[in-house]
Design a protein around this ligand. Sequence first.
Ligand code: GDP
Ligand code: MG
Length: 214
Amino acid sequence: MAEHAAKVVILGEGAVGKTSLVRRYVDKAFDENYVATVGVNTKNKVIDDLDIEMNLWDIYGQKSISPGKHSTHYIGSEGAVVVYDVVRRRTFDTLDRWIYELFQVTGKIPVVVLGNKVDIIEDYEEAYETVFTSASLEEFHDYMVEEYYDRSIYTPGTRFVPVPFSELKGWARRDNDFGIKFPYFLTSAKTGKNVEKAFRYLAKRMIKNKIRYV
Ligand SMILES: Nc1nc2c(ncn2[C@@H]2O[C@H](COP(=O)(O)OP(=O)(O)O)[C@@H](O)[C@H]2O)c(=O)[nH]1
Ligand SMILES: [Mg+2]
């Protein structure tokens, strides 16, 4: 038995990669096929050297947030991973609402914010030998439609608008509704980039938080 045990909820809009991030972290695997989560899946992960067992609650993604719908699943959470999709701005714009809904139930608890699917941007930059921030929005959108509409990861009609890193930084440092500096990571469940690091960071914050209140 680990010394610490903590419930962690994974939040964010549908198809941002919540299930994939947990799968990458716990099972070291990735699947490009999108299967919407039904109900809630939980997985345990022990970090031996931190002596903590995290009980990860992967809550079903849906098209958009509807207040109160998830609240019962938040009860008892000691930390949260809040995820958006770096190529769909809409999923970034609702971060405040997800966190607000969470904090209503749990009070302020440690949160890490993940801008997921950063591999898509890296692939784009490699293909065009440019940075996506210098691409026109139309060019980026056309690229995404060309590359991704025939895969199951996005439904046809999806609007692709990338979120610049500077905006994530600005939101996490000051432009959020909570007056909190949120730690943030750009991740890829596909390549594994920063996934381990992000969960580990959250684990450390939760341990600190617990010790403070014991
Ligand atoms: N390229 C890429 N695709 C991803 C990544 N994470 C998730 N996906 C894909 O995005 C879709 C939705 O992922 P899923 O984990 O089911 O999202 P959830 O609804 O938030 O649980 C699936 O097709 C995944 O394969 C990522 O980091 N990179
Ligand atoms: Mg899911």
